[in-house]
Design a protein around this ligand. Structure first.
Ligand SMILES: *Cc1c(COP(=O)(O)O)cnc(C)c1O
Length: 469
């Protein structure tokens, strides 16, 4: 027996100790600072230890305290970026996933896991009003967006065999508020970022459809091939939702692929379907259960209307991988529709979490987050020294302090000070050239008091800044 092998008793002992550590962490999560007071030098000293030639056994657990004391914590006062809050049933499932170690490449590599993933993907599609779409779970919204744009490119300008050289130039369209994963994807596809048209937004940060249509017409007249329109359903800065119905009309009129980047917002369609009319007209849709379905990282999802387009873009069946059956269920292979081959059994956490709590509990949690963002807007509005700079239709709120001196510099120092105080975690955004503080609520732990803390901490930090020369 290899010395790496643990007896079932030894596994039970170490897994139990890890569970104890995890449970104790959850117990004190609410009291933990949102960001650790640690410098780069201290982190290096603590964690840049020599390559361990000889093992120390279960003593390794002793160092977990230092790890956990020097993390960012996701209690109810974490409002940075778009970051879900790790629902614990799903977290427990993730441990089992690692023990089972299924490699979900295809049905035959794990019948239960593959079937559960296809089921869960179908549930997600149905939950956001896109019943009938299929797809797969991904590491996140970024690879989902890349895959969607690769599918669109292969449909409009087939280049998998011979490349793009000498072909018509292809173009992509997205709003000025688009997430960086889209220009990154366009660059990786070899089309060139210059081929991404950034369409102007209206006063509420939504793509202006007339501008989109004008850009498409101009490109067609110049002999270029429009490949895809990327509509955003929940922009990162303000949670704006592009006019999906109008964009779908334009996509249809010109025969252009419509992708919706719903990594932040699409799951809110479960709670507020009326904000997402037109979503089900997309050719493809990315959404991130590790954001607004509170799943532990990683869990993204790409949905598409036509699985054939995914197979055209991604299938590369070498003999070793050719399936041994004509049965459509048993012959199903994720790697024929995805850029990934080895794939974690991500579906188990979603399957356990959704069945444990029920969809209605998630719908309520999302609705609660939306009401918490509304509460924040109200609280900011009544504070004379604060102003709301932008908020869309979801749960992101950008604001700033009217403070002394140059507003951008003041608010940048203010953010630093707020994070140092360690009670709430905010991030920032730039809106029409102005530096803003930004809070985003996609957190099943956030309570009204946590929202109040954003305002009180901002005011307290501003007072501290005013007191320093
Ligand atoms: C978070 C986000 C992404 C990227 O998703 P990851 O899961 O972080 O890769 C893309 N688009 C939008 C709008 C996002 O909010």
């Amino acid at each position: 027996m290899s010395s790496l092998e643990l007896s079932p008793d030894e596994f039970h002992a170490i897994a139990n100790r890890v569970l104890d550590v995890a449970s104790a962490y959850l117990e004190r999560l609410d009291s933990l600072p949102s960001f650790p007071q640690i410098s780069g030098a201290e982190a290096e000293r603590l964690f840049r230890t020599p390559l361990p030639e000889h093992g120390i056994g279960a003593d390794v657990l002793h160092d977990l305290a230092a790890v956990m004391n020097n993390l960012r914590t996701q209690n109810g006062r974490f409002f940075g970026y778009v970051m879900g809050s790790a629902e614990p049933v799903a977290a427990a499932a993730d441990l089992l996933v690692s023990v089972l170690n299924q490699n979900v490449t295809a049905w035959r590599s794990s019948p239960a896991a593959a079937t559960i993933e296809r089921t869960v993907v179908g549930w997600l599609a149905e939950a956001v009003g896109c019943a009938g779409f299929s797809g797969s779970l991904t590491a996140g919204g970024s690879p989902a967006n890349l895959m969607a744009l690769a599918m669109a490119r292969e449909r409009a300008l087939p280049a998998n065999e011979d490349g793009l050289l000498g072909k018509n130039q292809g173009t992509f369209y997205a709003s000025q508020e688009v997430h960086m994963s889209i220009p990154k994807s366009v660059a990786l596809l070899g089309v060139g970022r210059a081929a991404l048209r950034l369409i102007k937004v209206d006063e509420a940060w939504r793509m202006i459809p007339e501008e989109l249509e004008r850009a498409i017409v101009a490109d067609r007249e110049a002999g270029r091939t429009p490949i895809a329109i990327v509509a955003t359903a929940g922009t990162v800065s303000t949670g704006a939702i592009d006019p999906l119905e109008r964009i779908a009309d334009i996509a249809q009129r010109y025969g252009v692929w419509m992708h919706v980047d719903g990594a932040y917002g699409a799951l809110a369609a479960m709670a507020r379907p009326e904000k997402f009319i037109g979503l089900n007209r997309a050719d493809s849709l990315s959404l991130d259960p590790h954001k607004w379905l509170y799943q532990p990282v990683d869990c993204g999802c790409l949905l598409y209307r036509n699985a054939g387009a995914a197979r055209t873009a991604f299938s590369h069946t070498g003999d070793y991988a050719r399936t041994l059956t004509e049965d459509p269920v048993e012959g199903f292979a994720f790697f024929e529709e995805s850029l990934e081959l080895s794939r974690r059994f991500r579906a188990l956490k979603l399957w356990m979490s959704l069945r444990y709590h029920g969809l209605s509990a998630f719908r309520e949690a999302i609705a609660h987050d939306l009401s918490m963002a509304e509460r924040l807007v109200e609280k900011i509005t009544i504070e004379p020294t604060l102003e709301v700079m932008g908020t869309g239709e979801l749960s992101a709120v950008c604001f700033r302090h009217r403070g002394a001196g140059e507003p951008d510099a003041f608010n940048a120092s203010l953010l630093k000070r707020i994070l140092q105080r360690g009670r709430v975690y905010l991030s920032n955004a730039t809106l029409r050239g102005s530096f803003c503080l930004r809070a985003c609520v996609v957190n099943h732990r956030t309570k009204p008091e946590d929202i109040n803390a954003i305002v009180s901490e901002t005011l307290a930090a501003a007072k501290e800044l005013a007191g320093t020369p």
